[in-house]
Design a protein around this ligand. Structure first.
Ligand code: NAD
Length: 291
């Protein structure tokens, strides 16, 4: 960071756009801003009212595109429903690809497909960072990714493919999902269904990455998923809600390794916002080198 500031006379800058006041988005945005600022970057929040029109969001993004002290732009999803269907894609498409720290712009997605990515979606980037830092072998291994969203499942599959992993992508229409999942050395769950992946989805010793973040507030569901005396039930008893991933915590007894929820992929995603901000800043100064 110091080297960047010495060379360019200013820190890398991140502009975060938050439309509306969703409590979950407020927490995500606060954590992103805090982490990026703590590392010495400039992190600025740009708010839009919940009633803002799509044109207001587009105008703000264009203003940030033209601001040379802003290296990264992140528009917090979801945008208010009032902006209309397709608003999110239109806003992401308007972000300057060189400042697209979420890696959602079609230009950056295309570069990722061609294995010459510059900015990659933060959550899958964090998952791969985790696998590599933990020394999990990827080459020639079989990875199963459950979920085919543009922000997690698809980029995750591509990142694994580019590391010579054999990848199977599964989704809501996949037939015999537990059997396919059981053939995985590395299983990634990005579904959005609490505790969906149970022990019978997992080959003994497999590495399991749980991307899901689900908040349970229904006592009956908590009691269905967790035995009496379990940690999740205790948290629910205390707070009236409990966070759970897409993977049931019992999977820990079968898997070789399992990321926890909370505390696993979530913080890594935020760390990758910081990394992408610095990457975007350096690439803008260097004229866009591929990573
Ligand atoms: P999404 O709703 O866009 O996609 C979900 C995917 O799951 C779809 O592709 C769908 O085909 C698949 N799916 C749904 N039901 C299924 C079923 N019964 N069997 C097999 N596949 C099924 O969700 P997303 O944005 O990819 O997010 C997935 C989860 O990851 C959510 O819980 C979300 O909160 C979480 N998430 C976490 C982070 C993080 O930082 N940790 C970041 C993004 C998303």
């Amino acid at each position: 960071m110091t080297a960047f500031i010495q060379r360019h006379g200013r820190p890398p800058g991140l502009g975060v756009v938050l439309a509306g006041h969703s409590p979950a988005s407020e927490v995500y945005v606060r954590n992103k801003l805090k982490t990026v600022a703590a590392a010495g970057c400039r992190a600025e929040l740009f708010r839009l009212d919940a009633t803002a029109a799509l044109d207001d969001a587009l105008a703000l993004v264009r203003r940030l595109n033209g601001d040379d002290t802003i290296d990264g732009i992140l528009v917090q999803s979801p945008l208010p429903d009032a902006m209309g269907a397709g608003a999110e894609q239109e806003v992401f498409d308007t972000i300057d690809p060189a400042k697209d720290v979420d890696g959602f712009h079609p230009f950056n997605v295309g570069l990722l497909v061609q294995k010459r990515a510059r900015l990659v979606a933060c959550t899958p980037l964090g998952c791969v960072e985790l696998l590599e830092r933990e020394g999990i072998a990827l080459r020639g291994k079989h990875a199963v990714v459950i979920g085919r969203s543009d922000i997690v499942g698809k980029p995750m599959a591509l990142l694994l493919l580019h590391r010579d992993t054999t990848v199977t992508m599964c989704h809501s229409r996949t037939v015999d999902l537990p059997a396919i999942a059981r053939s995985a050395d590395i299983l990634v769950a990005a579904i959005g269904r609490p505790g969906f992946v149970t022990r019978d989805f997992v080959k003994p010793g497999a590495t399991v990455i749980d991307v899901g973040i689900n908040t349970l507030t229904d006592r009956a569901e908590v009691e269905r998923l967790f035995a009496e005396g379990s940690r999740k039930r205790a948290v629910f008893g205390e707070k009236g809600s409990v966070l759970i991933g897409d993977v049931h915590p019992d999977v820990d007894e079968v898997a070789g390794a399992l990321t926890p929820v909370p505390g696993g992929v979530g913080p890594l995603t935020i760390a990758m916002v910081l990394r992408n901000t610095v990457t975007a800043a350096e690439q803008r100064k260097d004229g866009g080198r591929a990573i």
